[in-house]
Design a protein around this ligand. Structure first.
Ligand SMILES: O=P(O)(O)OC[C@H]1O[C@H](OP(=O)(O)OP(=O)(O)O)[C@H](O)[C@@H]1O
Ligand SMILES: O=c1cc[nH]c(=O)[nH]1
Ligand SMILES: [Mg+2]
Length: 209
């Protein structure tokens, strides 16, 4: 059974508090989401496989280590996941980027798929799915199902704020996927928004409301 990891580094907690604040404007919100994504992925990739190489320093030969195999792929869930891409690429410039387009129907609250494009060799990479919010878990679960249908099996999910219900839903649907979050909130309101949460992450990132 996969586990949920709460990444609670003080810098993460500080920055998450700032994005929760309704007075944080679009520019600052975007900057913070980028920084949070970078800090989170630093932890999420802690188990990346390494291989030994030999390097000649100005002094002598050294046996040292570099990342083994293909670099990870990252898969933002549109739109809000896009806000996390730049931060991850700052840290892992060689990462490939796939995109999954999903939005939650405001009436049914069910995810609706509108786009999916993954790297050609996605099956050979570890894929890190990015979305700031894990509310009912429907969008993340469907995104992971889409990725698995394309033959990928090595998948991690990274969300900034999650509800307990969302984590449980993903764990049930995809017990093989590890979930990494920076905060687990109280729950969901009647519109399936996370409480206290931060509101609509996509709208706050792109200034659409
Ligand atoms: O866990 P769930 O209940 O599925 O909700 C979470 C989803 O809702 C938000 O996207 P939204 O539908 O607002 O689309 P957007 O990113 O285009 O704003 C969020 O970014 C997640 O993708
Ligand atoms: O709280 C929530 C729930 C879904 N989507 C968001 O952006 N925020
Ligand atoms: Mg939205």
């Amino acid at each position: 059974m996969a586990s949920a990891h709460v990444l609670d580094h003080p810098l993460l907690q500080h920055k998450v508090s700032m994005i929760r604040d309704k007075n944080t404007g679009t520019k600052e919100f975007r900057e913070l989401v980028k920084e949070i994504a970078m800090l989170m992925v630093y932890e999420v990739t802690r188990d990346m496989p390494l291989k030994e190489v030999e390097v000649e320093t100005p002094i002598t030969m050294a046996r040292t280590k570099v990342i083994a195999g293909k670099m990870v792929g990252i898969v933002p869930i549109l739109r809000a996941g896009l806000g996390m891409v730049e931060g991850v690429l700052n840290l892992i410039p060689g990462a490939k980027v796939g995109h999954i387009g999903l939005y939650r129907d405001p009436e049914t609250l069910e995810p609706v798929e509108y786009y999916c494009k993954l790297p050609v060799d996605a099956q050979e990479r570890e894929l890190i799915v990015l979305d700031p919010m894990l509310a009912t878990g429907g969008s993340a679960s469907d995104a992971i199902t889409l990725i698995k249908k394309r033959g990928c099996s090595n998948i991690k999910l990274v969300n900034i704020i999650a509800s307990p219900e969302g984590i449980e839903a993903v764990r049930k649907a995809h017990p093989d996927v590890d979930v990494y979050v920076a905060a687990v909130d109280e729950g969901l309101n009647d519109h399936a928004y996370i409480v206290p949460g931060l509101g609509d992450a996509g709208d706050r990132l792109f200034g659409t409301k």
